[in-house]
Design a protein around this ligand. Sequence first.
Ligand code: MAN
Length: 361
Amino acid sequence: MKIVRYENNPIITPMDVTPHREDFEVIGAFNAGVIEYEGETLLLLRVAERPINHDDTTIKAPILNEQTKELEIIELSLDDTRYDFTDPRTIRHAGEDKSSFCYLTSLSYIRIARSSDGKHFSVDPEPFIYPTDKLETFGIEDPRVTLIEGTYYIYFSAISPVGVGESLVSTTDFKQITHHGMIFAPENKDVLLFPEKINGKYYALHRPVPKSTGKPEMWIAESDNLLYWGNHRHLIGLRPGMWDSGRIGGGAVPFKTDKGWLELYHGASTDNRYCMGALLLDLYDPSKVIARSTVPILEPEEDYEVEGFFGDVVFSCGVIVKGDVVRMYYGVADTSMACAELSLNEILHSLEYDKEMVMSK
Ligand code: MAN
């Protein structure tokens, strides 16, 4: 498949973003939601910041105080054997199950970057959506934005000590926002709202993380009002031995093609290599899977995709489609933003239509 990565990749790096306070540094500007608004391309960047720390024997973790709405800084010694510091993203209790953590090493919020050509962006000086709620005290991550009937719905992971769920805000002007609270309870991530009603219902993809039985796989749900969701159905599973064997979740907002709804999703292997693939869903009943990628449509290959804060990650939260050109914006190595153009026809032709291969094994 022909993939045209932009020559000026990465198109946004942490250096392009001023920290929101003087004692913090920006370590990531990545996994942005994408939308066109008033003739510009907007990237809703996930900006990750951490307290500046000149002491290499300690680590400082930011957390929002839900009462005062101020950030508090937790400082821990790297020699403290009660904690496990091996994952750069999280601090865990030593010896505990790898899926639970006690702090994040940075706090993420959402900031807008704007461009008139889709390649060169300027980043707004202030945060756009900042954690405020007690379900957001560890930050908000990985925004996606869907335009439905004149309103832009922005949904993101809301992270706090009680779990990671998906919260929703809406806007009509990218200035004022209305908070709608948590729409998918923990643990859930990667919610993707379809841009229109299908047979009278709104649809969303989501990715629960079941504990006693089940795996981090993609589900689909329906709603009459975008806030209350039901008729949850399991959509696709992990495929052992393949690129999407470890975890999968929705990526870009699904878009219509004459073959069906195309969803560009992320899949990680069991050793955390994140790639992008495609999933084709029935136009009139998106709970029916038509086809799926057997090999990734994009995988980490360039230096800026392989090396970074958390390497070997390409992670898209949005695309812009014009005719045959799919302009995929994607986070690289949990550090920066990149963009690549792919052919819609080539993606559709690359898919596997065999039912056994499409579903999980
Ligand atoms: C998480 C995601 C992303 C991130 C990847 C890789 O599962 O939610 O935020 O890019 O892991 O760290």
